[in-house]
Design a protein around this ligand. Structure first.
Ligand SMILES: Cc1cc2nc3c(=O)[nH]c(=O)nc-3n(C[C@H](O)[C@H](O)[C@H](O)COP(=O)(O)OP(=O)(O)OC[C@H]3O[C@@H](n4cnc5c(N)ncnc54)[C@H](O)[C@@H]3O)c2cc1C
Length: 397
């Protein structure tokens, strides 16, 4: 018998779940608080289909990224959506970065990244990216660029065609378990479902609290800002150029990314956002900021990483500092090549009570409510595989 399932959140993960559930015959309703789908992380990200270079082997991130990449590639082909395999070069600028590069190579091999190549000299690097500087790199030729908002819309068409409902402008304000079923209340609706799945991104801890779930992990919002490269200078970058990441914070470090529409952006950085949906320094929510500050993990986090924080905030406020970081990789870059800041994104990154970063995807169950508590990058890449995983592990009785 089919179930009536409510989904909170119209980002790519919620809509991918709705698509997979309607395909197996469930009656699905998606609740999205905004007037359009994909208005938060899904529509404000780097647009990269990751090939799985960084993730701890054996983690959900590693397995669902690999599976999700293949599903997404096939979906884009089926629906004639743009999918460009521009490739990614992870560059060690000097010898001090070689051990960390070796670790990325080890993880990539363990994760089955397809056709990965190690390059050990500057000339080899420049065969792939003619303007790059560095001593060694790994190249992932199948890393791709897409438009996640369009993909989400295409998935939503399938949901509607299969009889599913997508309710925009419906903010879920109450969730209550009643006789094993779940009541979902918004200011304009009141419904009861057999099961509810929450994929609320930046609000996922707030919605989790509505059903009495543990407040930890908490979402501390970190904004990622991008600079756009002057159209006449984008030939400095053929595909994607990434630094060797710190495995503890793989999202840090200036990247060059050729997007699906051929623009090249530089970024994102990672600065604390002063509101959950704080897309610039002027968007401040005293409530969100106060909640972040009084989280027990905030102080240990600040003590441990204050240097990194100061560095990122300085780069956000002072363009020459950001530019200097970018120019390490592309020495021909000029300050005037970074023309303006483009739309930023805010990461829903979950942190524990002790200030520790929750690295892997995390799903909790409270009665008939399934809570996606941590779905940071590469969750857009992995979205269709996350949907299959949640159905297999949480919705199959
Ligand atoms: C700067 C940046 C760069 C990134 N780059 C990449 C990348 O290149 N590749 C990649 O794979 N991933 C990337 N990511 C991560 C990726 O964007 C996210 O992991 C993914 O979009 C998560 O999707 P989601 O559906 O869980 O969340 P979201 O897209 O944030 O969607 C959650 C939705 O829930 C809605 N919502 C919240 N509360 C309620 C409520 N009470 N009632 C109703 N609706 C509600 C919100 O309005 C929102 O639309 C990046 C993220 C950022 C921020």
């Amino acid at each position: 018998m089919s179930d009536a399932i409510g989904i909170v959140g119209g980002g790519i993960v919620g809509v991918a779940l709705a698509r997979a559930l309607t395909a197996r015959g469930d009656q699905v309703t998606v609740f999205e608080k905004e007037g359009r789908l994909a208005q938060h992380q899904t529509g404000h990200n780097s647009g990269v289909v990751h090939a799985g270079l960084y993730y701890t082997p054996g983690s959900l991130k590693a397995s669902l990224c690999a599976a999700g990449r293949a599903l997404l590639r096939d979906f884009c082909a089926e629906r004639s959506l743009p999918y460009r395999e521009v490739g990614k070069l992870v560059v060690a600028v000097d010898e001090s970065e070689l051990p960390a590069l070796a670790e990325i190579e080890r993880r990539s091999i363990a994760n089955g990244v397809p056709d990965l190549v190690r390059i050990d000299d500057g000339a080899g690097l420049r065969e792939i990216e003619p303007h790059v500087a560095g001593v060694a790199a790994v190249h992932s030729p199948h890393t791709a660029a897409v438009d996640y908002a369009s993909i989400t819309e295409a998935m939503a068409q399938d949901v509607r065609a299969a009889g599913g409902g997508i309710r925009l402008g419906h903010e879920v304000t109450r969730l209550r378990t009643e006789n094993g079923r779940v009541r979902v209340v918004t200011p304009v609706s009141d419904d009861v479902f057999d099961r509810v799945i929450v994929c609320a991104g930046l609000q996922s801890d707030i919605v989790a609290r509505l059903v009495g779930a543990d407040p930890s992990p908490k979402i501390l919002p970190f904004r990622g800002e991008y600079w756009e490269m002057a159209p006449g200078r984008t030939d400095l970058v053929k595909g994607m150029i990434y630094p060797v990441p710190d495995p503890r914070f793989p999202f840090l470090g200036v990247h060059f990314t050729r997007g699906v529409y051929d623009n090249v952006h530089v970024g994102p950085n990672a600065v604390p956002a002063l509101a959950r949906e704080g897309y610039d320094w002027l968007r401040i929510s005293p409530k969100d900021t106060w909640e972040s500050l009084r989280w027990p993990g905030a102080l240990p986090l600040a003590k441990k990483h204050w240097r990194m924080g100061v560095d990122e905030i300085s780069g956000s406020l002072i363009k020459p500092l950001y530019f200097q970081k970018a120019r390490r990789f592309v020495p021909e870059l000029r300050m005037s090549d970074l023309t303006h800041k483009s739309a930023a994104g805010v990461r829903a990154q979950a942190w524990g009570r002790g200030g520790e970063l929750l690295d892997d995807f995390a799903v909790d169950q409270v009665g008939a409510v399934t809570l996606l508590r941590n779905a940071p990058s590469p969750a857009a890449t992995s979205s269709m595989a996350i949907a299959d995983y949640v159905i297999a592990h949480h919705l199959t009785d």
